[in-house]
Write a protein that binds this ligand. Structure first.
Ligand code: AHR
Length: 494
């Protein structure tokens, strides 16, 4: 028997809904053939796939990051504005592709409006210049009678786009990145970019390029850039063919968040920086099958859905540090939504993303969880953490829990991931000083951890909803093996 005890007064902090954000990139079939397909019977007059928009709306993404990723480090945004037929078709070096430029800044912002999300643009700090970045901010946000703002008007957009979030480059530390830089060189370049971008629109928020590396990148970059940024980005992809490693390795995100939090605190204190700097985990996902020499279209199974839910629980528990997280990516490429020219299906990972975005409440609670643990020590490390051993993060509780409540203490949401591959876990749930007065249970599950959704079998893993006839301060609930359960509970005073 496991036990979960909730005290509504033991708050951790406020959960920022921006942790349920997304990312799209010019990579494989994410944009072309994913969200944008001109001439498709499933597309609207703008070329936006209607079925994809509906699925994206279901995820309630507060922010959408674009255009990359690695793509951004070679992207010249001017190629992607103006009459579509006159835009240049370019060699695309990040993914060794061809870029038609038929989807550019105007289309991206319009897409964001259509699906109800805020645009976040990552500028080209690889092959790009600060003039280009400055012009991009002016094109999007300029209100004066100036060249780039007038070009936007000429392109049919009288009102400024008001793009608030701007990334100062992507993974620019990596040898795979176009124009990769040392930490010192990145700081010099990023400070110059930040200067002209902020002078163009002081209201924008800038995201510095973090690494969570084993070298000195994070210290050097934070020391040099902290005064200029509101966000510090990190990326983590995890995954393993070994079930228990796959479902536990997202706890690496806790290590990354603790480490970044400490570095940010230290630098802010040392430099007397008053403004907050939050972590933007602007690329996260399970990604290990469809890597090099593939089309990057990861086919997710149920165990990956448990890993995704564990990531989300981590983000909720670390809500004081992380205020933005972007599932990478949203369509086709390592994505919860998979399309063909004829339709789409939802991958196993779609369901926890949707449930958490819908049911997470604004106040995070420190849940007490008593249950059996699992130790990876002694097992072959298949985590691909390059020396940052996953076993050290354990032993892992088989039940991973994130608890949130509304401001008034009338609604409680318990998100419980039962990572036990084989056993259901009967659990006593105890809410201190409150009575539970019914609720609803949503469960993501399937016949076994390896099961996947597909065009042939789109509902192998789905969400099952059932009313909960529970009452009193204590009740019992059984969390089935390999499941994610979101319990939405109504509370009353006992
Ligand atoms: O999301 C795919 C790629 O993964 C991104 O382009 C890059 O930033 C990361 O390495």
């Amino acid at each position: 028997m496991a036990r979960i005890k909730i005290d509504l007064d033991r708050t951790i902090g406020t959960v920022d809904a921006r942790i349920f954000s997304g990312f799209i990139e010019h990579m494989g079939r994410c944009i072309y053939g994913g969200i944008f397909e001109e001439g498709s019977p499933l597309g609207d007059e703008r070329g936006f796939r209607r079925d994809v928009m509906q699925a994206i709306r279901g995820l309630r993404l507060p922010i959408l990051r674009w255009p990359g990723g690695n793509f951004s480090s070679g992207y010249h945004w001017v190629d992607g504005v103006g009459p579509r037929d006159r835009r240049p078709r370019r060699m695309e070096l990040a993914w060794r592709a061809e870029e038609s430029n038929r989807f550019g800044t105007d289309e991206f912002v319009e897409y964001c409006r259509a699906v109800g999300t805020e645009p976040y643009i990552c500028v080209n700090i690889g092959s790009g210049t600060m003039d280009e970045a400055q012009a991009w901010v002016e094109y999007c946000n300029g209100t004066g009678n100036t060249y780039w703002a007038n070009l936007r008007r000429q392109n049919g957009h009288a009102d400024a786009f008001g793009v608030k979030y701007w990334g100062l480059g992507n993974e620019i530390y990596g040898s795979w990145q176009i124009g990769s830089l040392s930490a010192e060189d990145y700081v010099k370049k990023a400070v110059q970019f930040a200067h002209v971008m902020k002078r163009t629109d002081p209201s924008i928020e800038l995201v510095g390029c973090g690494k969570f590396g084993l070298d000195d990148w994070d210290r050097i970059v934070l020391e040099g850039l902290a005064a200029h940024i509101q966000w510090y980005s990190i990326h983590i992809y995890t995954g393993s063919e070994q079930y228990y490693t796959n479902v536990f390795v997202p706890h690496q995100a806790e290590r990354a968040l603790r480490s970044c939090r400490a570095l940010i605190d230290r630098v802010r204190y040392a430099q007397g920086i008053r403004h907050p700097i939050h972590v933007a985990y602007d690329e996260w996902n399970v990604w290990y099958r469809a890597r090099a020499n593939t089309n990057w279209e990861e086919q997710y199974d149920l165990s990956d859905s448990l890993a995704a839910a564990t990531y989300l629980n981590v983000f909720v528990r670390h809500c004081q540090t992380i205020r933005m997280a972007n599932i990478s990516e949203v369509v086709n490429i390592i994505a919860p939504i998979m399309t063909s020219p004829q339709g789409l299906y939802l991958q196993t990972t779609y369901h926890p993303l949707q449930l958490y975005a819908q049911h997470t409440r604004p106040v995070a609670l420190d849940a007490y969880v008593e249950c059996e643990t699992y130790d990876l020590t002694g097992e072959e490390d298949t985590s691909r953490l390059r020396g940052r051993a996953v076993a050290d993060l354990g032993p892992f509780k088989l039940l991973d829990v994130a608890a949130t409540r509304d401001a008034d203490g009338r609604q409680l949401t318990l998100a419980v991931v039962n990572r036990d591959r084989d056993r259901d876990w009967p659990t006593t749930i105890h809410v201190v000083d409150r009575g539970v007065d019914g609720g609803v249970a949503y469960e993501v599950n399937g016949r076994d951890p390896k099961v996947r959704n597909s065009f042939e079998e789109p509902d192998a893993v789905v969400v099952r909803e059932r009313p909960l006839a529970v009452a009193g301060q204590r009740f019992e609930y059984t969390f089935p093996a390999h499941s994610t359960t979101v319990l939405c509970l109504e509370l009353s005073r006992p």
